[in-house]
Design a protein. Structure first.
Length: 424
């Protein structure tokens, strides 16, 4: 074993970590008498300690002021969602006018497709990856049917062409080129949920636009995980959730991006009063005049209690110094995990996620030698000793060291536990 793979080295990396203090900003589930080793930020991020304070602030204002809470104080409810705009734009690499926190991911996806999936007989098709997250596939299929087209011919799924179920950029380019004249929309993930593969958003947007299609992205596993440059990417729209790497709580309010070139679009949309121009909203006129930018797709009053935990989390992203600093640590964490697996438990675990750091985020998807039942045995053993990842059918354990709160020793201890299980 080289020194770089030793316990001493992991301890030293933690001691030198400039972001180590951020761990104390989160609450950890307990296992026996210690904190759980938590690698499930790709499914539900940990609770920021300050989330409770932000929620209680809203509750206290409601108790003391009732309706007047809409109009008083720096955190007044009338403009509460705007407190999140600038920090959210920094996380996803957008202009403030291009982002809004609203609804849920799939609701936002449907709202975006109302405006940006405009099929014709010549261009009815939507292109996605095979094995897309079910909610995305359900949404896409239902939209195709809603417009009177047939998913059997107009839902195009790009099959994996690499050994571990990942997709080469060449395969994506071939599919977009082959189906280009029929494509109304290319809808692609920032990170594929099962394999952990990350994609080049800007290049996929370029390929889609070259064929005359709209480019939209589901960034559920990319927001707060990878440095995104949504404005520069040229993406037409993107949607994401905030309960994974963004740590805003179960079922948290989601996020939406609409590129500024569509800020004053005449595309059709499903409208609601909170999307009305804020300067004239309270005149209660019957005509809809949308707020320019992403906020123009809002429907109803923002859910203030649900937005409050996201404020707490976004504060920590700024405290960390932004996504570049978090990404630098993340690459080291995931790199150490990869090296330890290959050196010490390579006979047990196969890494499905690409080895190229440019094609992955924090998550490594692992397949256990011996098949699904052995995989479940390891997964359940790890949970029993307080090391929590998550399971995705048919045979994948996902381990995601989040740089905001995971340590290098967490990664080291994970591999130690796999060694212990192997020796049983």
């Amino acid at each position: 074993m080289t020194d770089a793979l030793s316990r001493t080295h992991a301890i030293a990396l933690d001691a030198a970590d400039p972001l180590r203090a951020l761990r104390g900003e989160f609450l950890f589930p307990r296992h026996q008498n210690s904190d759980q080793i938590y690698f499930v930020g790709n499914s539900l991020g940990l609770q920021p300690r300050a989330a409770r304070q932000h929620v209680l602030e809203v509750l206290d204002t409601w108790a003391a002021q009732a309706v007047e809470g809409h109009f008083t104080g720096q955190a007044q409810w009338m403009t509460y969602h705007e407190l999140l705009t600038a920090p959210l734009a920094r996380v996803v690499g957008a202009q403030p006018s291009e982002v809004v926190a609203m609804n849920s991911l799939t609701a936002n996806l449907h709202l975006m497709m109302v405006s940006f999936y405009r099929p014709t007989r010549a261009r009815p098709a939507i292109l996605i990856e095979a094995g897309a997250f079910p909610s995305d596939r359900h949404a896409v299929e239902s939209q195709i049917r809603f417009h009177g087209f047939d998913p059997a011919t107009d839902l195009i799924e790009v099959e994996a062409d690499e050994p571990n179920g990942t997709l080469s950029m060449q395969a994506i380019e071939r599919a977009i080129g082959e189906h280009g004249p029929r494509l109304a929309l290319v809808l692609w993930p920032g990170v594929q949920y099962r394999t952990g593969q990350a994609f080049d958003v800007a290049e996929i947007a370029r390929l889609a636009h070259a064929q005359g299609a709209v480019a939209g992205f589901d960034l559920a596993h990319a927001a707060g995980n990878l440095p995104l440059r949504l404005h520069d990417s040229g993406a037409d729209f993107a949607v994401w959730c905030h309960y994974k790497y963004m740590n805003a709580g179960p079922g948290a309010v989601a996020g939406c991006f609409v590129h500024e070139r569509h800020a004053r679009t005449d595309r059709p949309r499903f409208a609601g009063w909170w999307g009305h121009d804020k300067q004239t909203r309270f005149r209660m006129a019957p005509e809809f005049a949308p707020t320019p930018g992403a906020e123009g797709w809002q429907l109803s009053n923002p859910p203030i209690l649900a937005l409050a935990p996201l404020r707490a989390s976004l504060d920590l992203f700024d405290k960390a110094g932004g996504m570049a600093a978090l990404r630098a640590k993340s690459e080291k964490l995931t790199g150490l995990l990869e090296a330890l697996i290959k050196a010490r438990v390579g006979d047990v675990l196969e890494i499905v996620t690409p080895a190229d750091p440019r094609q992955r985020g924090a998550q490594l998807s692992l397949r256990v030698a011996g098949g699904r039942e052995r995989g479940r045995e390891l997964f359940e053993y790890l949970a029993s000793v307080g090391t929590l990842g998550d399971w995705r059918e048919p045979d994948i354990i996902r381990i995601s060291p989040a740089p905001l709160y995971n340590r290098f020793m967490d990664v080291y201890r994970f591999v130690e536990e796999v060694e212990t299980w192997r020796g049983v």
